[in-house]
Each structure stands twice: as C-alpha cells, then as structure tokens.
Design a protein around this ligand. Structure first.
Ligand code: ASP
Length: 439
C-alpha cells in the first residue's frame, strides 16, 4: 500500500502547522511520498512565500537591491526550522539563490525555490529522502508537460525508495532550466507522483474539510460533497470551483486513482472523495452548483437560417478570425446565440460584428452583455426526471428570468444563463430546491 500526500501552503505556513502535518504522516505507514507546497499565509493579511519570491526576483531582474526581501524570505524558513528545533541550516541554499537571482535565472526558478526549500525542511523533519523535482519532472521545449519522460524517470526513481519528499510546483526543461506549472500547481505534482507509484490513494491536504456543494460566499455553510466523479469536478472546476488545480485530474484519472481532499486542521474529517466512477448515489440529485459572471450573448437572426448549410460555420469563423473562443451555442430555428467572455469580446466587438455581417449576411445581430452562466452538475440527474423543470420553477418563483438553458448530452450538467444581477439569487434558489428542502 502506498499513498501520496500533498500538503497545501496553509498546511505548511508555520512550525505549528508542520507539526500537524508530521502527525498526519506518522499516523499511517502508507503515507510514504510527500509533496509539499511553499509556506502559505499564517493569517489573513500575511503574504505567501511564492508571492514574496516573485516580488523579490522582480527587483533582481530590474537590477535593484533585493537583499532585504530575500532575508525576509529566509526568516520565514528559519521561523519554521527553529520552531521545530531542527538541526539544519539553509545558508548555503540562500547563497546559491542570491547568486542565481543576480544572474537572472528566471521567474520560474525564483518561484520554485519556495517548494524546493520547504521540501528540504520537510525531508529533515520527517527523516525522509529529498528529491529535487527538477531531476524527475520534465517539460517540453514549448512549455507543455512531458508526461511520458516524467513517468519513466520518476517511477524508476521511486520504485526503490521507501519514502521521499518531492517538492510541488516545478520541474525542468531538457537543458536543466527550471519551469513551474501555473499557480497552485503543486496539486499537479501530487497527481504525477501518485501515477508514477500506482498509489492506492492521492491525499490532498488543505484547510477545508472537503468540497462544498456551492460557493460559501453565496450560501452560508453549504453542504459538503462526500463523493464526486472526475467528470463532475471538471465541469464545476471550469465554472469556477477552485479546490484543486484543474490539470491535477488527468494523471490520476488515467490510472483510476482516487483523490481524497482532507483538512490538515481537522484530520479526522473524512473529506471528499474524487473518483472515476461510483455506484454511490450522491446525497442530493445534484452534486454541485458553480457559476461565473461576465458573459456576452451575441444573438444572430436570419430567416430560413435552418436550411442554409454552412451558416453556423461562417458565424463561428468570425469569432475564430478574431481569436475569441465561445462558451455556449444555443440555437433556435432562425436564431443562434454565441456566448463569449465579455472581457475578451468587448475590445473586438465591432470587428466581430462586421465579420459576421460580411460572411453570414444575417438579418439582425443583437448583443446583450452582463450575463452570468450557472452550471448545475450531477451524475444523479441522468436518472431523475424533471430536474430542468424544477430549476425553471425555482427560478420563476424567485422572479428570475432565464436567458438561456443548455443541457450537455451527458445529461450530467445543465447550464443556465441569467443576468449578472440575478446571479447570486439564482444560485440560492437552485440550492434551496435541490439541497435545503431535501435535508
Ligand atoms: N506555491 C505555488 C503557488 O502559490 C504552488 C502551490 O502552492 O501549489 O501557486
């Protein structure tokens, strides 16, 4: 049995948090491979070490003095080392970092030091081996992740080891230069390591006791999701759920390894299971509700549009030529609507409109802005009749006008368009009908 355990920044922000992490790891022998983030915030107004590193390197890059800033970062680690009474020093590492900053080693190198140094501390604290992720995680020249090479090298390396600390967030190009994933990327490292050792479970330790049905800023104390499928999570993540980095799903999904989201500050809570498939019914018909504001609907009308072959292609080409991706595409007999991100679209609005006019020759184009999209997601919807009807009636009761509704062919998600203004109330109404009234 082997588990990969990844700890987020808030779980490793101080010596006190490190101690909690230590007891979690020691509680189960299977917790053999540890992926740490950089120290995060100790309190609300605090700054994450990763952000301190970006700011410090920015000074170095502009030829400014960065000594004081680097010293402040060093103190964050010293606070942890002293708090844990560890017999170690990071003096040599900081000398190297200072030298490399002066030589402008790059922003990614700078940011990656947060995880690198935390990994060093963690390895000493646990008595585990340390592996520099630059030697086992690889990127292609175009910046994309090289899954094949990584899996080959990493699985070979870990095969012979009982346990190890592998810092999150970074790897290297073939020439050895450090490259990071996008922000929050330690989640991806955890998933890659889990795949490489064929882990039984990938535990992702954070500061919440699992994934919530919806945004707690909109619904006070929403219910927790016990089990969610990779597919459901992907739909919700796309619409703004931010518990786990979106790309962290792929490596474990291929292997069918479940992810267990857990809370470092409440380790006995069972958290949320993210799995490939499950016979387990979700507690409610829906699994989650997510949404985003800031969309525009471009409505296009033309008589007999339905029988004009190639009309849709011409319209979409107008968007493609202007480098705009579309989100949804509901259509009627003589109308079609293209939903786009408002901030991407506004600058190019007139260019797109004239391209549609030129290519598709519609009768009318109408643009509506300040719209929000809400995704209601759940594997339980497939077997439940009347889900859409219940959404309609809940929104009607709340006096909310539905601008658009789109059901994915998987019958696992329904997307609803409302005005930005109605966004919060729409989520409340949907939560209420599917969750609150079913408790
Ligand atoms: N430390 C990095 C960040 O703040 C990566 C991570 O924590 O996953 O984005």
């Amino acid at each position: 049995m082997a588990k990969v355990v990844k700890f987020g920044g808030s779980s490793l922000a101080s010596a006190e948090q490190f101690e909690k992490v230590g007891s979690i790891i020691r509680a189960e022998e299977e917790r053999r491979f540890v992926v740490p983030s950089a120290p995060g915030k100790r309190y609300k107004e605090d700054t994450k070490v990763t952000d301190m590193l970006y700011a410090c390197y920015d000074l170095a890059e502009h030829g400014k003095d960065f000594k004081a800033q680097l010293e402040e970062i060093k103190q964050r680690y010293e606070e942890i080392i002293n708090g844990l009474k560890l017999n170690m020093s990071l003096d040599e590492e900081f000398k190297t970092i200072e030298k490399n900053f002066k030589e402008k080693a790059g922003k990614d190198y700078a940011a990656s030091r947060g995880e690198f140094l935390n990994g060093k501390v963690m390895a000493v604290y646990l008595g585990f081996d340390f592996i520099d992720s630059a030697t086992v995680i690889f990127f292609n020249d175009d910046g994309s992740f090289d899954a094949e090479k990584t899996n080959k090298v990493l699985s070979k390396k870990l095969e012979k080891m009982d346990n190890a600390v592998i810092p999150g967030f970074y790897g290297s190009y073939a020439d050895g230069r450090v490259k990071t994933f996008s922000r929050g990327g330690s989640d991806i490292t955890g998933s890659i390591v889990a795949k490489a050792i064929h882990a039984d479970v990938y535990e992702n330790w954070t500061d919440v006791s699992g994934i919530l049905v919806t945004d707690p800023r909109i619904i006070e104390n929403p219910q927790k999701i016990d089990t969610i499928t990779y597919l459901e999570l992907r739909e919700l993540a796309y619409m703004g759920f931010s518990v786990l980095h979106e790309d962290a799903i792929f490596p474990v999904r291929q292997e069918g390894i479940p992810i267990n989201i857990r809370n470092t500050n409440a380790p006995s809570d069972s958290g949320t299971w993210i799995v490939g498939s499950t016979g387990q019914k979700s507690k409610f018909i829906i699994t989650g509700i997510a949404g985003k504001k800031g969309f525009c609907a471009v409505n296009i009308e033309k008589d007999m549009m339905n029988s004009e072959i190639g009309f849709g292609r011409k319209v979409l080409q107008a968007f493609e030529e202007n480098d705009i991706s579309f989100e949804h595409l509901p259509s009627g007999i003589d109308t079609m609507t293209v939903f786009v991100h408002q901030d991407e679209f506004m600058d190019k609005e007139q260019k797109v409109v004239s391209a549609i006019q030129r290519m598709a020759k519609p009768d009318k184009i109408d643009i509506e802005s300040d719209l929000a999209l809400i995704a209601v997601v759940g594997r339980g919807m497939k077997s439940a009749r009347g889900t859409a009807a219940r959404i309609f009636s809940a929104l009607a009761h709340a006096h909310i006008n539905i601008k658009m509704i789109d059901q994915g062919s998987s019958e696992m998600n329904i997307i609803i368009g409302v005005t930005n203004e109605d966004f919060e109330n729409a989520i409340k109404a949907i939560y209420n009908i599917f969750v609150e009234t079913c408790l």
